[in-house]
Design a protein around this ligand. Structure first.
Ligand code: PEP
Length: 250
């Protein structure tokens, strides 16, 4: 099955509105003639609305980096998926390892957020991955299996029509350490096989599985050859328009 490649830029906690708009304008110019690829950017919450206006009528999609699992109410500091829809987001990152590491997100809270996003027709980019210690103890597959089992609890086949999974080994995020193409392929095919067992083959073959972790133009070129890699989630390198575009062009 043909899966359109998807490249997502996670800008993390970087960029005022002015800086976000400058970067978006550079990307819009450089990405003008790119075809057969989906590009999405995830600026910080405060820039989302301005970014949404700047990206209107463009081929670049907009993601938030997080959301809460309720529609509204007494949840000081939180942002609901309804608000994200309201300002034109189509995607939302859920369960990024930095959220799990610094803000106490668990597989259970990730599952609640995924269910809420799907109910609102926001496309979840469900992030998962193992720590370095877990990899060293050869627990990678057990960890991924558990994250999938709990993260996807109560989901039905229809929920996966618009759904993205991002495998991000925590030891490779922002560290400059690269997972090899073999390590990535091993986990991506494990994820696809697990989905096939839990759901069915057409569903598993249709879903896009991205890789994230210190992606730069050089390893993007290598990862392109990897059978089960359908795109990339790029952090640091997506903050420089020329690097991000070089990765996209790969
Ligand atoms: C990320 O933020 O999801 C990420 C992969 O970051 P980096 O590319 O900087 O490792």
């Amino acid at each position: 099955m043909e899966r359109t490649p998807l490249i997502v830029g996670n800008w993390k906690m970087n960029g005022t509105i002015t800086q976000t708009l400058l970067l978006i304008n550079e990307l819009l110019q450089m990405a003008q003639n790119l075809k057969d690829i989906d590009i999405v950017v995830a600026p910080p919450f405060t820039s989302l609305y301005s970014a949404s206006i700047a990206l209107q009528d463009s081929a670049i999609g907009l993601a938030a980096q997080n959301m809460f699992w309720e529609h509204e109410g007494a949840y000081t500091g939180e942002i609901s998926g309804d608000f994200l829809k309201d300002i034109g987001c189509t995607y939302v990152l859920i369960g990024h390892s930095e959220r799990r590491q610094y803000f106490g997100e668990t597989d259970e809270s990730v599952n609640k957020k995924i269910q809420m996003a799907l109910g609102l027709e926001l496309i979840p980019i469900f992030c998962l991955g193992e720590t370095e210690a877990q990899r060293e103890k050869k627990q990678t597959f057990d960890v991924i299996q558990e994250q999938l089992k709990i993260g996807l609890k109560n989901l039905h086949m229809n929920d996966f029509k618009n759904f993205v999974i991002a495998y991000e080994p925590i030891w490779a995020i922002g560290t400059g350490k690269n997972a090899t193409s073999e390590q990535v392929e091993e986990v991506h095919s494990f994820i696809r096989n697990t989905l096939e067992k839990s759901f069915d083959a057409p569903m598993a073959n249709g879903i896009r599985i991205l890789y994230g972790g210190s992606v730069k133009p050089k390893n993007a070129r290598e990862l392109k050859q990897t059978k089960n890699v359908d795109g990339l989630l790029v952090g640091g390198a997506s903050l420089k328009a020329d690097q991000f575009i070089e990765i996209i062009k790969c």
